[in-house]
Design a protein around this ligand. Sequence first.
Ligand SMILES: Cc1cc2nc3c(=O)[nH]c(=O)nc-3n(C[C@H](O)[C@H](O)[C@H](O)COP(=O)(O)OP(=O)(O)OC[C@H]3O[C@@H](n4cnc5c(N)ncnc54)[C@H](O)[C@@H]3O)c2cc1C
Length: 466
Amino acid sequence: MSAYDLVIVGGGPGGYNCAIRAGQLGLKTAIIEKRGLLGGTCLNVGCIPSKALLHASEYYEAARTSFAKMGVMVEGVSLDLPQMLKQKDEAVDGLTKGVEFLMKKNKVDYIKGAGRIVSPGSVEVTGPDGAKQSLETKNIVIATGSVPADLPGVTVDEERIVSSTGALTLSEVPKKLIVIGAGYIGLELGSVWRRLGSEVTVVEYLDRITPTMDGEIAKMFQRILTKQGMKFELGQKVVGVERKGKAVKVAIEPAAGGDRRTLDADVVLVAIGRKPFTTGLGLEGVGVRFDQRGFIETDHYKTTAPNIYAIGDCTHGPMLAHKAEEEGAVVAQLIAGQWGHMNYDIIPGVVYTNPEVAGVGKTEEELKAAGIAYKVGKFPFMANSRARTNHETEGLVKILEDSHTRRVVGAHMIGVGVGEMIGEICVAMEFGASAEDIARTCHAHPTMTEAIREAAKGVDGWTMQA
Ligand SMILES: Cc1cc2nc3c(=O)[nH]c(=O)nc-3n(C[C@H](O)[C@H](O)[C@H](O)COP(=O)(O)OP(=O)(O)OC[C@H]3O[C@@H](n4cnc5c(N)ncnc54)[C@H](O)[C@@H]3O)c2cc1C
């Protein structure tokens, strides 16, 4: 008889949420994590520490630049970087301990060590002291996540040439920071260090930032970041990164061909994306197939090996914590013999800069490419009373409705706090709402959410407040 119903390899948002749900459903469950701490990339070196630094650096910048206009006089604002890093570590520490508590609460065995799948019913764990143990199980979920993608020819030393992990722990503010890659991780961490005093240049191969974002919103986002002092080198290929002592030189040339230039930096952040992590799991030996980019192939979370499932960043779909979390809960339900469903059309994405950017569903570009007729409603925060009162008027809300079905199929916004506001649209879309459904729903005044309502009215041409 198998000792476990389910063994989960990897303790990130995918793995630990799968464990909680499995525990709730009465499955005898173990979770294996090699990092020494639960929470995965997200809690340890991703979502949480980056948001802790974004939040603190936003206060620092506000204290220096915008408190006075509201009559709040603070003198001698200065940066205590060790304290800022400490409060970030405390947030991480509290949350990882919280996840460990949740394992106990749901009667999940937490086993520290590296898991290797020996056969569809057996996982070998090598503990931190090198001791090995074998776990017999009916089902296995692979939730081993992802790691930063490498830039060929560039060696990350996590000191002067850093990945996102190193950029969360710099011991001093670099005078010049070059960020390679204009995705959300590079722009968030670039924003942190710019607020703390770095001169930040973002180098991007494509001719635009944040490639999957709605084009109009991405353009506005770039304009705002530029106004804040970030510089952009778009359409530029990085052809070399060389460290000499404390200095780093980044050689770039136009992606379309042309003259090579060299940019100087104190620190270079390589943020060109992430790649799935499955090293050392022994997957080839048990018949689990990968695609060409190293993602585990799945069909409804099932891999090509019996009773082995994969979720989160190591398999297809957006590499986001809430996608991994949702898949974790769904696959636990399927293993427990219940229904399991996830709506991949409604996975929000948020960039936690200031202002924030949030989007869900289709972009205008995607609707055009698919030949879907749509109507659009927009509302600028400049005309929203709460935004004006708070002196936070940058940005807009845009809502897209399918002209044929009259369902909202996408919404994209840029503005202060839109990362919280996008949830309203996700719920509306799950319930198959039309823009009119949102427009006829009473929203509190004065709130930024009234901009959603006004944009929704705009879909049918009756925006009232602009
Ligand atoms: C700087 C940064 C900021 C981010 N910000 C956000 C954000 O704001 N919002 C958002 O949604 N997403 C964000 N992400 C992405 C998010 O962190 C990932 O999408 C999420 O962590 C994926 O969850 P996962 O469970 O699939 O994998 P992971 O979180 O990567 O966890 C996998 C775990 O498996 C462990 N593991 C691997 N192999 C083994 C093995 N053989 N045995 C035992 N354990 C193993 C690893 O140690 C790791 O802890 C951010 C990422 C970064 C880097």
